[in-house]
Design a protein around this ligand. Sequence first.
Ligand SMILES: N[C@@H](CCC(=O)N[C@@H](CS)C(=O)NCC(=O)O)C(=O)O
Length: 301
Amino acid sequence: MSEIVLHHYEMSPFGTVIRLALGLKGLSWKSVDAPVISPKPDLSALTGGYERIPVLQMGADIYCDTDCITEALEACCPQPSLYPDPMGPAGKIIAHWAGSVWFMPTVGASLGVNPDMLPAEFWEDRGKRFGMRRETFLPAVPHLQSQFAGGASMVMSALDDGRAFIAGDAPGHADFALYVNIRFVSFAGVAPADFSPQVAAWYERVEAIGYGDFEDWTGDQAIEHAQRSEPVGGCSVAEGEAFSAGQRVSVTTDSPDPAAIVGTLVGLSDRRISLSRVDERAGEVHVHFPRLGQIMTPVDG
Ligand SMILES: N[C@@H](CCC(=O)N[C@@H](CS)C(=O)NCC(=O)O)C(=O)O
């Protein structure tokens, strides 16, 4: 099996979800510390311009977005599953809720309360890329804090019966996605015990899973690794799709983000988009995205 390489940074909530997933599966991995703001030339050499965090690399296969990354980890190392019984795959739907509708309220309840936690360059970058400007974001904070509290009360009631994890006895993706939001507000001084004793105990149980065994790599090492590897292949375009294999396409996220990744379509299903692209430093790579949450358009010529 290729090395597992995670491109991330310490503070990133979505990056933390994947660190915990690697920890749960007991995997050994390489850690590339990516910049918090753009440009991210080493990451873009692999992804073709997607600069969100996290990105997981296995050789010359590059997985963008926690949705796609968790699928790749489940496929390569099924046990222990990120979707334990009795909830099974429904855990992904909870994780999606935590990373979408409850996420911006979490950012409001954390960065909004402590806007100087990050430098002016951070606000400039997020304003330029995602329209998250400090001067318009800060007035929205009281509303976001109440929304955060609304989500937190749902988490509290879900854990109120003293269950060990959201799905019952075993931890999974849903726990990690909820945990990272509570971790993010802890940066602004809100402790897990401020929610409820059950939340505090659950938080400690998730934290104890840890991140597995990892070693630091530079961006250059990751790119060389891609260069020396070949994409695993085996992707195909499903019957009945409005796109065909070999077509040039562009992929953007459906949330504000100027990055547009152009490549040759090699795989398409209702769950995944896979593009082939050749980079002058990384060689041929296959870049994988979840189907949900992306906009794909044909590129002429
Ligand atoms: N839907 C994506 C969201 C990823 C995301 O927005 N990550 C944040 C960091 S936690 C990010 O990339 N922020 C901009 C940046 O780091 O440049 C996922 O699930 O991976």
